[in-house]
Design a protein around this ligand. Structure first.
Ligand SMILES: Cc1ncc(C[n+]2csc(CCOP(=O)(O)OP(=O)(O)O)c2C)c(N)n1
Length: 751
């Protein structure tokens, strides 16, 4: 009989028929696997299969919300068995049997209880139960802090760069922690495992991860990561060309290739154990190419008959790994066919019973509940953490070679960030500064100059040229307990890698109820107005892509005396709350010294020593207000380069008898709404000076905040033209300039 479509029903029938036809034997299992392990892994496989069936059953009456399953991939249980349950795992959405097998392993003497708990976890995810222990009803993920399974999102391959980062961090932390009592989440000899599908290997994030793995290995550094490609030959409807996956995985520099068949439990276990042992012993990367099949289509709603010949579907069903393991057990004399089917039914009933129990559980029922895990912040603790750093004195003397930055003259923005980073590297032993050109060169603009010499290559290092991987290293390092400060060389280049911030960094707490976090402060040189060095990539004036990432803090310091406390706040917030911060530094102001006239040095500021940090603390989301003249006629709301331009305009307006207050937002997310409203209401006349674009720019957010708050005064906006910034003097045509600000102010005052 030809099965035209794999539905839950015919997969079930086919399993029974195939097992019923098995011939009992007494061959035993040989030395490679114990009978107990084989039985336990079969339990994990059976449970995973029944989880898929239960998810589809729940879907039929609208109580289940996720039907992408693991059927056909259950051979991955053998991979779990070959690893330790403390090895951090980033799992493919088809690694259900791996998850169950790891739970069994972790449960020690009572593996079945572990599997039952795992089944409950998974089903709670499927029904979006608020009691789901990992995502709390926010998404169906495989994740568990107790099992060292870190939740991954549904964006294929986006977890690979993070897995590389985690492996990197295991090795790096060992060095950084040497002799200190810094905690580490995983054992020193842990290896990272990361599974994904065959189509996923073509994704830019995957190729970035493989390439970075090879690059790191090539440099002689250690990277204990085991990639597991669960190859079912197809990605939704597109087949992987025959031989492509093997060819692509084999040809990756630095990556040792292992292959196993997912329908051969003992063989897969043996090979996975060999691969894991290789990675653990050598601390070098490997890939396990695990052949699998996909049963019941891509997801519940997928009618694969539309794009797959019936013979191909039938061929896959014949390779059902559950039948294969049943055959193994029966031919080894460990079970009879009847016992296998009976156990299959029992597990089915147990899973179904759990499904019935969890569907009655509460769901997230308010927006407040949904966002409660997104990015919880404790500003008082952050302020205290900043103040607690006042005792750094002794260590600083050595790092700064006796020339403390507060004892020199006033500093530029760039010099201040440099000194603040140095102080932070003293304060946070697990902090690392990295990115392209940050170490040897000290950054394109010299912001990180000298840090590597003072702190060494373990903590300040150059990376390869790939923003996805730079952020991936940060994601893994943050997860491992480090305080990563990656640099994106130019704001324009974050767009290459934006998903690593949006889909990965910002979602980690959300999807793990805070069980996992990836603190980081991503420094980016940004915005326009660079003279003599143009082009839109070096003068990118768009932050829209950052501002709408839920939970992300976006800081823009305009001047030295804000940069230091703001950077300290971001670092403390990352350390205390796990906050993900984008710290966007206005390039054009890096080396600016003057404000009103040449030589006035008004844009410089003295650096403050640790004793003053508590007093100088700037909380997230608080603006800075400059009052100019009477400050009664006009409120200019701005940030970044706009602050300096607006202060210059305001100084000239005073000569016309106009008093202005200039509000530097300082934080673009969250916007300092209370400060904005208060200062807007103080004059009733608001001019928004926004160096980002009119469409999608920061000004839109300010105007919306005013409207939302019921502001009834007058308001107008100056913003950059919706254009990329051209080379040379033409840049002025699209950017906000002082003349436009002055005109805007006049027009507003004339209303
Ligand atoms: C970046 C991204 N693009 C597209 C999708 C939609 N999508 C979900 S699964 C999938 C196919 C993945 O195939 P494969 O990696 O072979 O895994 P499989 O589902 O076959 O196990 C696609 C295109 C996605 N989740 N993420």
């Amino acid at each position: 009989m030809l099965f035209r479509v794999t539905t839950p029903q015919d997969l079930d029938e086919r399993f029974r028929a195939a097992v019923g036809g098995l011939t009992p034997g007494d061959a035993g299992l040989g030395d490679a696997m114990s009978a107990d392990l084989a039985r336990t892994l079969f339990e994990a496989q059976l449970t995973s299969r029944h989880l898929d069936l239960a998810a589809r059953w729940l879907r039929t009456f609208d109580e289940g919300f996720y039907t992408i399953g693991s059927s056909g991939h259950e051979g991955n249980a053998a991979v779990a068995a070959a690893l330790r349950d403390s090895d951090p795992a980033f799992l493919h959405y088809r690694s259900g049997a791996f998850y169950c097998a790891r739970a069994a392993r972790a449960a020690g003497d009572d593996p079945l209880a572990g599997i039952a708990d795992a089944a409950r976890d998974v089903l709670r995810g499927v029904v979006a139960s608020a009691l789901d222990p990992i995502a709390g009803g926010r998404h169906k993920v495989f994740g568990s802090a107790a099992l060292a399974v870190i939740p991954t999102t549904s964006t294929i391959a986006s977890h690979l760069p993070r897995a590389v980062g985690a492996a990197f961090a295991i090795e790096r932390l060992r060095k950084v922690r040497n002799g200190t009592d810094e905690p580490a989440p995983w054992p020193d000899d842990a290896i990272v495992v990361c599974s994904f599908g065959d189509a996923s290997i073509n994704h830019a994030s995957a190729t970035a991860a493989f390439n970075t793995t090879g690059w790191i290995d090539h440099t002689g550094l250690r990277l204990p990561v085991l990639f597991v490609c669960e190859d079912n030959g197809i990605g939704i409807s597109v087949r992987s060309p025959a031989g492509w996956v093997e060819k692509a995985l084999r040809s990756r520099p630095g990556l040792r290739y292992f292959a196993a068949a997912g329908d051969d439990l003992v063989g897969a276990y043996t090979t996975a154990a060999e691969a894991a042992a290789h990675v653990r012993r050598t601390r070098r990367p490997a890939v396990l190419h695990l052949s699998t099949v996909r049963l019941m289509g891509h997801a519940g709603a997928d009618a694969e008959v539309a794009y797959r010949p019936a013979a191909e579907i039938d061929h896959d069903v014949a390779l059902d790994p559950l039948v294969a393991t049943a055959r193994l057990l029966v031919e080894a004399g460990l079970s009879t066919p009847e016992e296998v089917v009976a156990r299959y039914d029992e597990v089915g009933w147990e899973v179904r019973k759990i499904a019935e129990e969890v569907l009655a559980e509460p769901k997230l029922a308010s927006a407040a509940e949904v966002v409660s895990t997104l990015a919880p912040r404790r500003p008082a603790r952050v302020a205290r953490a900043v103040g607690d750093l006042s005792g750094l004195a002794a260590a600083r003397e050595e790092v700064f070679g006796g020339r403390l930055p507060e004892d020199g003259g006033p500093l530029t923005l760039a010099q201040t960030i440099n000194a603040t980073l140095a102080d932070a590297l003293v304060a946070y032993p697990t902090m690392a500064v990295f990115g392209q050109d940050v170490a040897g060169k000290g950054g394109v603009y010299g912001v990180t100059k000298g840090l590597r010499d003072r702190f060494g290559v373990t903590r300040v290092f150059d990376t390869l040229l790939d923003e996805t991987s730079i952020l991936g290293l940060a994601l893994g390092a943050g997860l491992a307990g480090m305080l990563p400060v990656p640099e994106i060389q130019y704001l324009a280049y974050v767009h290459n890698a934006e998903d690593q911030l949006r889909g990965e960094a910002a979602t980690m707490r959300f999807f793990s109820r805070g069980a996992y976090r990836n603190p980081m402060v991503v420094r980016m040189a940004g915005f326009a107005y660079q003279e003599g060095f143009g082009g839109h990539f070096h003068n990118d004036n768009s932050v829209a892509v950052l501002r709408d990432i839920p939970g992300l803090v976006v800081a823009v310091p305009a001047r030295a005396d804000d940069a230091a406390p703001m950077l300290r706040t971001c670092l403390a917030s990352a350390a205390v709350d796990g906050t993900v911060c984008a710290f966007v530094e206005p390039i054009a102001l890096y080396h600016t010294r003057d404000l009103y006239e040449d030589g006035d040095n008004e844009w410089l500021a003295p650096y403050l020593g640790p004793a003053s940090w508590a007093e100088a603390h700037v909380p997230v989301g608080r603006a800075r207000v400059y009052t100019v003249g009477s400050a009664e006629d006009l409120t200019i709301i701005t940030f970044g380069n706009g602050v300096r331009m607006s202060l210059r305009v305001a100084a000239r307006l005073v000569e016309e008898g106009v008093g202005a207050r200039v509000v530097d937002l300082r934080w673009l997310a969250p916007l300092p709404v209370a400060d904005v409203i208060r200062e807007a209401s103080a004059t009733g006349r608001v001019l928004v000076v926004d160096e980002t674009r009119r469409s999608g720019g920061v000004g839109e957010g300010v105007l919306a905040a005013l409207v939302d708050a019921g502001y009834v005064g007058s308001v107008s906006r100056i913003a950059a033209v919706d254009s990329f910034v051209p080379l040379g003097p033409a840049a002025k045509e699209v950017l906000v300039g002082e003349d436009a600000i002055t005109q805007g102010a006049h027009a507003l005052l004339a209303r």
